[in-house]
Design a protein around this ligand. Structure first.
Ligand SMILES: *Cc1c(COP(=O)(O)O)cnc(C)c1O
Length: 393
């Protein structure tokens, strides 16, 4: 029995190929600057877009919820774990999103596991963008539906798949796309996707994890950005990125949400958010209802950084959002670049296979509202220095 040897060998192979994930430990709370493994570094790899993760209003929301509700929900939502504060969050989130209702679950990952298998059976067809997030892929795997993968953002390829699904006799058809693709920062052409889906009478689902708090008025997300409230059937979101907390949700029609409360397995068989998380998320929603200032700062920072980094000659791919992929292609170069950045006081992770396709390795720079102009200038200077050292620019 070589089980443990096998695991070790596999990880050694990952390391040789520059694909072994280094797991860093933060010694300070989320923000622009962090202490990481004993070193002070500029944080350019968290999803804390709006700097909410350590925000006073959100912390107050969490503390007040703990004072009132304690620390745990005590049961799954469907038995005795639905607290008033859960319902309040779902209601206010729905109002914010302009949706009829929402269902909050433990994470964005779980939101996909909750909704996809609950509504899709073996007579049905799921049509998925080839670059969709792992949690969508896993959600799809939990169904017995027929799978059709269409080319990234390619509406003609989607139409082909829709035709094929019809020919093959699908009962329901569900078109799924990420809203903002987190590794490239590009935005799904949701208006065109909705149009072609309507033509073939297919349901439209968007996972807007990286668009929540980023796109649309005051961060209302991709559906608001395109004005598609009547054309998108299901929106999945996360509370763990721009919202700064943890949790996920599904937004849609009242009847869908009611149905999911009967059928969605992560809702039925796993306890929900703690009071602290729920209270903090509620505070985040209320904050964004009041002001779009953090969203504006995020976009201003993104624009500033991207203009400078492009003018130095770096390739930043097809980004349309503050997510900035600095394309290096070779996994080893990306690792080396990230290591040098870290030595120079910048925490920005190298991303390689299997998170992105082979040969598409990059440093993914996550710009946030926490960064000052000085922070961004500091980063640009270091990118230039290391880019020249490694002959990337
Ligand atoms: C990050 C992400 C998720 C997972 O969200 P969590 O709340 O962290 O589980 C799901 N879908 C997409 C598209 C994501 O980018």
């Amino acid at each position: 029995m070589n089980f443990y040897e096998d695991l070790k060998n596999e990880m050694e192979e990952l390391e040789e190929n520059g694909l072994l994930v280094t797991i860093r430990t933060l010694e300070t709370a989320q923000g622009a600057w962090l202490n990481v493994d004993g070193k002070k570094v500029l944080n350019m790899c968290s999803n804390n877009y709006l700097d909410f993760a350590n925000n006073e209003k959100l912390k107050k929301g969490a503390i007040e919820a703990i004072e009132k509700w304690g620390v745990g929900p005590g049961a799954v939502r469907s038995i005795a774990g639905t607290l008033e504060i859960h319902n309040k969050l779902e209601k206010e989130l729905a109002e914010f999103k302009g949706a009829e209702d929402t269902l909050v679950v433990q994470s964005g990952f779980n939101a996909n596991q909750a909704v996809i298998p609950a509504i899709m059976g073996k007579e049905d067809a799921i049509l998925s963008d080839e670059l969709n997030h792992a949690s969508i892929i896993d959600g799809v795997r939990l169904t017995k539906s027929k799978k059709y993968v269409w080319k990234h953002k390619d509406v003609a390829s989607l139409e082909e798949a829709l035709k094929k699904a019809d020919e093959e006799g699908a009962r329901r058809k569900l078109v799924i796309t990420d809203g903002v693709f987190s590794m490239d920062g590009d935005i799904a052409p949701l208006d065109e996707i909705a149009k072609v889906s309507k033509k073939y009478n297919a349901l439209v689902m968007v996972d807007d994890a990286h668009g929540e708090g980023v796109l649309g008025k005051n961060g209302r997300g991709i559906v608001d950005h395109f004005g598609l409230h009547d054309d998108v059937d299901i929106e999945v979101g996360t509370l763990s990125k721009a919202f700064g907390v943890v949790g996920g949700f599904i937004a849609g029609k009242k009847v869908l949400i009611k149905y999911l409360k009967q059928k969605a397995r992560p809702f039925l068989f796993s306890s929900s958010l703690s009071p602290a998380e729920t209270g903090a998320a509620l505070a985040a929603v209320r904050y964004l209802k009041e002001t779009g200032d953090p969203v504006k700062k995020l976009w201003d920072n993104g624009k500033y950084f991207q203009e400078k980094i492009k003018s130095l000659g770096f390739d930043i791919g097809n980004t349309m959002t503050p997510i900035t992929p600095v394309m290096l292609y070779e996994a080893k170069t990306a690792k080396e670049f990230s290591k040098k950045l870290y030595e120079q006081g910048i925490f920005a992770s190298a991303i390689g296979f299997p998170t992105v396709p082979r040969g598409k390795a990059r440093i993914r720079v996550m710009i946030s509202a926490s960064h000052s102009k000085e922070d961004l200038d500091f980063a640009i200077e270091k990118f230039e220095k290391i880019g020249k050292e490694l002959k990337v620019i």
